[in-house]
Structures are given as structure tokens and as C-alpha cells.
Design a protein around this ligand. Structure first.
Ligand code: ADP
Ligand code: MG
Length: 317
């Protein structure tokens, strides 16, 4: 199988056509037409074998995941995903692996109506880089920098599940229906595309949670130039994670575990009732965990006492 056959068979065939793709896979570069009055938003994320996923990760999940993590980055800017390119480095062209990978990739892309418009395929250590393109109405994008003192801090879904799921994948934990759900959360992240879109012009700042809630919220706060007061008891923790780790350890995992791809955002208290109405249309919850403060640090409180976050030094301040 040469490079051309591989692209034709596994990637070009699966593409969902979009009217705004004037020239897709098959030429030297892609040509697309931008919607009127919209800004282009671009995100690029790589998954490298051994660094971002263990060897036993199934090809289907890798395909799904490399698209999903980029959709999550676009969501965090309140952007509508449109197109993507895929740069794939493979040790060898294994037909079964490619078939499963492409299936997972297109499943994730279809979920957000994204068209694959190009890429590159080379021989080398297993890695994949997706660059996703999206758009947002002029002036309605959300960055990490807009949080203000008194803004409420929210996080979608539940946090910590994916970190526990990684342990299940590494077979540090036995199989069970509950642990399977955690594993699924690691292998198949649900990028919060609809929530991200609907928060355009509503959230004052936003970030997706890929490195862990405490870390990523720290980046948002640092970019905005503020700190926060947060309540441990408010953390959205799943039943599955509680069962997996017990109540105490679950809190630590929820604070520091990565790969959840939830959205963490801030909104002005004036917009809370608007948010409540929006959340009714989401397939995930949004939980208020605290408030932006003038202190230059994120302080987690438990029963009125300060809680020191365990794990790697918090270096953002
Ligand atoms: P060139 O040599 O001009 O860069 P290539 O032969 O590398 O072109 O690629 C041929 C076409 O296939 C291009 O349109 C490129 O974008 C596309 N392509 C290559 N690899 C992939 C891939 N993994 N997924 C999607 N499109 C790809
Ligand atoms: Mg060329």
C-alpha cells in the first residue's frame, strides 16, 4: 500500500462534504471559504505514543481522541468547528489499525460536522497531529483573559474520571461496569462543543480542562490577573470516581487528574439565570465551584479551612 492508496482508502473516502470546502484532500493544499462576519479560530494538538497515550490504546479510540481534543480547544474559545487537517506518522501501514483509526476519527468529526480537508502521512514513530479550524462571530470569542472579580466559576460535567480511566486502561484496576465508564471517559472524551458555542458572548473567560482542573483554572486566573476562592465540597465528582477511589482520594483526582476535556469558565453574576436556561439544552451539567477574587492565588476551602492542593508544585503564580 503506497501513501496515495492509504490516503484514498482510509481518509478521503470517509470525508463528509461541506459546501464551504472549495478544494479538499487531493491537491497541494485545501481551499475553504470563511463565513461572512466570522473570525477564524485555529487549534493544533498532537498525540505521541508513550507520551500522551499508552501502547495498549485501541486505534479506534486514538482516532476519536485526536479529533476530540482539538474540538475541545475550539469549544474553549466559543468557536464553531468547521474543518480539520491530520498529520499522521506511522511505523508501518497496518490495514486493521488504519481502518479502526479512521472510523474513530470520522465518528468524532461527524459529531461536530467537521470536514477533513487535508493532512500528511509519513513513516515514523506513531503520532498524530490534528489542526482544527473553526469560526466565531466577530467580538463574541472567549479567551482566558476576561475574568473579573466576583465572577462565578463553573465547570461542565464531572472531573477526574479520565485520570481514573487511565488506571483502568493500564490494568491497575479490575474490570467492572463502573470502571468501564471511567475507561470510556479516558478513551472517548466528549468535547463540549455546544456549551462552548452557547457561551459565546456570555462567559467572561474560558479554558478546557486537559491538564487537571486546578492547573487549568490556574492558567485562566493567571491570564486574567486574578485569583479565586473555591469550595472543595462543590466539585462535580461522578459516582464512578467515588466508587473507584473513595471520597477523600476522589477529591485529589478531581483537582489534579487530566484528560477530562470539560470546560471551565467564568460568568458575571448577572448572567447566571441566562446560564441556567442554556444548560437545559446541554447534555452535561454546569456546576458553580467558586468565585473570582482579588487575591493572586486559587484558594480551595473545605469546612472553612484552606486546603493545600497535593501533587506537582503549582507554578502559575
Ligand atoms: P504534497 O506532497 O503535495 O504535500 P501529499 O502527497 O502529501 O501532497 O498529499 C496528497 C493529498 O492528501 C493532500 O491533499 C494532503 O492534504 C492529503 N493528505 C495526506 N495525508 C493525509 C491524511 N492523513 N489525512 C487527510 N489528508 C491527507
Ligand atoms: Mg505539494
Amino acid at each position: 500500500m503506497d501513501e496515495f492508496d492509504l490516503i484514498e482508502q482510509y481518509f478521503r473516502k470517509g470525508v463528509r462534504p461541506r459546501d464551504d470546502v472549495l478544494c479538499g484532500i487531493g491537491d497541494d493544499a485545501a481551499i475553504v471559504s470563511m463565513p461572512e462576519g466570522q473570525r477564524l479560530v485555529i487549534a493544533s494538538d498532537s498525540l505521541i505514543a508513550g507520551t500522551h497515550f499508552p501502547d495498549q490504546t485501541p486505534a479506534h479510540a486514538l482516532g476519536y481522541r485526536c479529533m476530540a481534543v482539538n474540538l475541545s480547544d475550539l469549544a474553549a474559545m466559543a468557536a464553531q468547528p468547521l474543518w480539520a487537517t491530520l498529520a499522521l506518522s506511522l511505523p508501518e501501514p497496518d490495514a486493521d489499525w488504519l481502518e479502526a483509526f479512521a472510523e474513530g476519527f470520522f465518528e468524532s468529526a461527524a459529531g461536530a460536522d467537521v470536514a477533513l480537508i487535508g493532512g500528511d502521512t509519513v513513516r515514523g514513530p506513531l503520532s498524530m497531529t490534528v489542526t482544527a479550524h473553526g469560526c466565531v462571530e466577530e467580538g463574541r470569542h472567549v479567551t482566558r483573559t476576561g475574568a473579573a472579580i466576583g465572577d462565578r466559576i463553573y465547570v461542565t460535567g464531572t472531573v477526574g474520571d479520565a485520570r481514573a480511566g487511565l488506571d483502568v486502561l493500564l490494568q491497575k484496576r479490575s474490570k467492572s461496569a463502573s470502571n468501564d465508564k471511567l475507561l470510556h471517559r479516558f478513551l472517548y472524551p466528549s468535547p463540549r462543543v455546544t456549551p462552548g458555542r452557547q457561551l459565546a458572548g456570555v462567559a467572561t473567560a474560558m479554558i478546557d480542562v486537559s491538564d487537571g482542573l486546578h492547573d487549568d483554572l490556574g492558567k485562566l486566573l493567571h491570564a486574567s490577573g486574578f485569583g479565586a476562592d473555591l469550595e472543595l465540597a462543590l466539585l462535580p465528582i461522578s459516582e464512578e470516581l467515588l466508587q473507584f477511589a473513595g471520597a477523600d482520594a476522589a477529591v485529589g483526582i478531581a483537582l489534579s487528574g487530566g484528560d477530562d476535556y470539560e470546560l471551565c469558565f467564568t460568568i458575571s453574576p448577572d448572567h447566571e439565570s441566562q446560564l441556567e436556561r442554556l444548560v437545559e439544552h446541554w447534555d452535561c451539567s454546569a456546576t458553580c465551584i467558586g468565585e473570582v477574587s482579588g487575591e493572586m492565588e486559587a484558594r480551595w476551602w473545605h469546612n472553612g479551612e484552606l486546603h493545600a492542593v497535593a501533587g506537582p508544585a503549582f507554578s502559575h503564580f
